[in-house]
Design a protein around this ligand. Structure first.
Ligand code: OGA
Ligand code: NI
Length: 269
């Protein structure tokens, strides 16, 4: 691997060319060392081993059950959510989403905030708040606990748009290093190209999903609020040498000046 890294590089306009400029340089066959982040080395440090699981084990949640008026159905979905949050911190939405305006149809220019709020962010916000009611109940709290305590009417949504161009040396680069997300719940949609991996039982799990479906993961505020009963799931994004991957993550949480602390009911002696 060290050999390939020392091959002559294509000439770049400046030392720290953006990934976009770099990816568009003709004949790019290797990446500059400033962009190397070998997967295996970081895994060694955190004693996480390479991918072993397939993603067919990842829980699938049927969102339509969340709004059911039947107590039996409600208790099934609450149990599903409890298990998904406890074991994985991650789940998929079962049905294809019919987003009014898909991010993937937008022009590749910055999305203005009004358009974002009115169209793209509305449905994920509604889904996140509905899920948080179920998650509150799954923790033994009142359904409205998280929504009310953290005043989600004036909550914060962060939109993170990620572009991962094909990389000639995918083993030497990392799209997004391992991290956990800010906020309560992140909803992520992607253009059908895989790359997202989550950490589960000290292994990396590949997550796949069709475009216009949602992947959901727990964030740091869920870990704090639940007093550690649910963890903020660590995840990363790897790159490939064939297709451009686009993902859109919407992190849903309370406003920036909200203090998040463990629910009183979940603190023991
Ligand atoms: C993020 C994130 C993963 C991806 O933006 O926080 O984890 O698949 N993205 O792009
Ligand atoms: Ni993330």
């Amino acid at each position: 691997m060290a050999e390939t890294a020392s091959l002559p590089l294509v000439s770049l306009p400046n030392k720290m060319a953006t990934v976009k400029v770099l990816a568009e340089s003709p004949g790019l066959s290797s990446i500059p060392s400033t962009y190397t982040f070998p997967k295996n080395e970081s895994d060694k440090k955190s004693s996480v081993s390479d991918t072993e699981y397939d993603d067919n084990l990842i829980p699938v949640i049927d969102f339509s059950l969340l709004t059911s008026s039947s107590p039996e159905v409600r208790s099934i979905i609450i149990n599903d959510l409890r298990e998904a949050c406890q074991k994985w911190g991650f789940f998929k939405k079962s049905r294809r989403e019919n987003l009014k305006e898909s991010i993937f149809n937008l022009p590749p220019s910055p999305v203005d905030s009004e358009r974002f709020q009115k169209s793209i962010a509305k449905e994920p916000e509604r889904m996140a708040r509905e899920l948080l009611k179920g998650i509150s109940e799954s923790l033994g709290l009142e359904a409205s606990y998280i929504d009310k305590t953290l005043n989600l009417n004036s909550g914060l949504q962060l939109l993170i748009a990620n572009l991962y161009p094909p990389c000639p040396q995918p083993d030497l680069a990392m799209g997004l290093p391992p991290h956990s997300d800010h906020g309560l719940l992140t909803l992520l949609t992607q253009n059908g190209i895989g790359g997202l991996q989550l950490q589960h039982n000290s292994k990396w799990v590949n997550v796949d999903a069709p475009p216009n479906s949602f992947l959901v993961n727990t964030g740091d505020h869920i870990e704090i609020l639940s007093n550690g009963k649910y963890k903020s799931v660590v995840h990363r994004a790897i790159v490939n040498n064939k297709s451009t991957r686009i993902s859109l993550a919407i992190a849903n949480g309370p406003s920036l000046d909200t203090v998040v602390c463990p629910a009183q009911e979940l603190i023991d002696n």
